[in-house]
Design a protein around this ligand. Structure first.
Ligand code: FES
Length: 102
């Protein structure tokens, strides 16, 4: 059972669909998909680059560097050149506050 830490508020997104935060020392990208908030480690497993500005298509984020795709829910690497999953985090929204489990 993870510990949940208050990490942001829904207002912090403004009009954006994503928000960069840190969970302990790990860069994490919060992504708003319809009415759900998802959280992934913001580091591509191919070459350690940030996924921050990657396109989001069909439930996956595309690494802007070499085009690897990762499932936003499971973190699974869906195509080369990445072969290892990215870490994902549980998210709870309580009122306006966003909590991330770690
Ligand atoms: S750094 Fe992401 S695909 Fe290469």
């Amino acid at each position: 059972m993870p510990d949940f830490e208050e990490i942001a508020s829904l207002d912090d997104f403004g009009s954006a669909d994503r928000l960069e935060v840190f969970v302990e020392d790990t860069p994490v990208l919060l992504i708003r998909v319809q009415d759900q908030i998802l959280a992934i480690e913001d580091v591509c497993t191919h070459d350690g680059q940030p996924l921050t500005n990657g396109c989001i298509e069909e439930g996956a984020i595309v690494c802007p560097r070499h085009g690897a795709r990762f499932d936003l829910v499971t973190g699974k690497a869906l195509c080369m050149p990445a072969t290892k999953s990215i870490r994902t985090f549980e998210v709870e929204v309580r009122g306006q506050k966003i909590y991330v489990g770690h």
